[in-house]
Unconditional design. Structure first.
Length: 409
């Protein structure tokens, strides 16, 4: 550290000649001119080193001591920069470089988002951009606390946000909100009805009275679990049967049969590339962009566009807001080709089966499935017929009239 400070301040190596050169050392110690590296050459000559800014003082003290001073060498930053004192362009460039380092280090170059799991980072960055937070913004001018509060209003999935500034890097730390538990609504007069035809295989009433049992055949819209509960009076009592409505809930499984159909043309329009290609380059830094293709453009619509972005990345993996973009355009013509019937049928069968799984839900089960295919009016039509086991109950407000009290039989 001491050697580094000496280099910054600058040092000179001197040779002192006189009858009593040691008097010079005493005067330097008295006047606060530090000397080191003292080396005696002979009785009347010694070599020493001192700071550059103390050279004039040492010369005056040498006159008092009756010594002659000669400079052997100079070292340090002041002498190094002194070589360029007539090179004005270099000095201006150096000054501008130092100014750029001091000023540009205050601008945000990268924004990192951490803490999000289900909320996309792009959505958080888009909301922050609406609040004025983007690469290139002046960091110290940001009211980070107020920006975080405003951004949270537009991001309901987040419960907390903190914005921290580390030089040119802006760190956004978020915490996702915990979903509130689903509240079961027990109010109202509801029935569980069938949303499909089928044969009942299992009834699990949680509230209300089961209106069907295993083995019953039901039609779409038929009541499976009644929201009207009857209370029988004691035996041999003259009290009437009483009823009260509830919000019927429960699960009812049944064997169902579903049929779906899909079609695809046996001829299709496809692209055939002509071999004509063109690449347009552009450079973007922060919010400024330069298009190297100027006013040139791609005529017509028969082109595919492939965009490749090359972003400047530091060795540590940090990405800087400087991107070189290549837009490649490939010309094509369309032509009509025949579709392979076997491949088309396999595609439709796969899509029909996926659609069937969506319809029966996660608790559903496909017992048997069969496909039939036919060609009609230039299209391949595939029909799926499936036997399933699925939950068919759905809760709806009851439209039945509320009965009065009925005398017991």
């Amino acid at each position: 550290m001491k050697r580094a400070m000496n280099y910054v301040r600058g040092t000179v190596t001197l040779t002192a000649r006189g009858l009593f050169p040691e008097r010079l050392l005493n005067l330097c110690a008295q006047e606060g001119a530090p000397c080191w590296g003292v080396e005696w050459r002979d009785e009347h000559t010694l070599r020493l080193t001192t700071f550059r800014h103390k050279l004039s003082l040492v010369k005056k003290l040498a006159q008092r001591a009756g010594c002659e001073i000669s400079v052997e060498g100079r070292r340090g930053l002041p002498d190094f920069l002194g070589r360029f004192r007539r090179r004005y362009a270099f000095l201006i460039g150096l000054a501008l470089s130092l100014l750029a380092v001091c000023v540009l280090s205050k601008f945000v170059l990268t924004i990192d988002v951490t803490g999000n799991e289900t909320v996309p980072t792009a959505r958080i960055l888009s909301q922050l951009r609406l609040e004025g937070v983007r690469p290139g913004v002046y960091g110290p001018a940001l009211d980070r606390k107020a920006i975080a509060q405003r951004a949270l209003r537009g991001l309901e999935e987040l419960s907390w946000m903190s914005i921290n500034l580390y030089g040119t890097r802006l760190e956004v730390v978020v915490r996702e909100a915990v979903e509130s538990p689903e509240i079961v609504d027990d109010e109202g007069f509801y029935d569980v009805i069938s949303e499909a035809d089928g044969i009942i295989t299992q009834v699990e009433p949680l509230a209300g009275e089961a209106a069907v049992q295993e083995g019953d055949t039901v039609a779409r819209g038929e009541v499976l679990i009644s929201g009207l509960i009857s209370i029988q009076p004691p035996r041999y009592s003259d009290q009437p049967v009483r009823y009260y409505p509830v919000h019927a809930r429960g699960r009812v499984f049944a064997r169902t049969w579903r049929t779906f159909e899909a079609a695809i043309p046996l001829e299709a329009r496809v692209k055939r590339y002509t071999g004509e290609e063109r690449t347009l380059w552009s450079l973007r830094c922060l919010d400024f962009g330069v298009d190297f293709y100027k006013n040139s453009s791609i005529p017509g619509d028969g082109y595919d566009k492939i965009t490749t972005v090359h972003q400047l990345t530091l060795p540590g993996g940090r990405s800087l807001p400087m991107m070189l973009t290549a837009e490649q355009y490939r010309a094509y013509e369309t032509e009509t080709v025949s579709v392979d019937p076997e491949a088309a049928q396999a595609l439709l069968e796969d899509r029909l089966f996926s659609y069937l799984l969506e319809q029966i839900g996660e608790d559903g089960q496909v017992i048997d499935a069969s496909y039939t295919a036919r060609v009609s009016e230039g299209q391949l039509r595939v029909t799926l017929t499936a036997e399933c086991r699925e939950e068919i109950g759905v809760e709806i407000p009851s439209t039945r009239e509320f009965p009065g009290e009925t005398p017991a039989e």
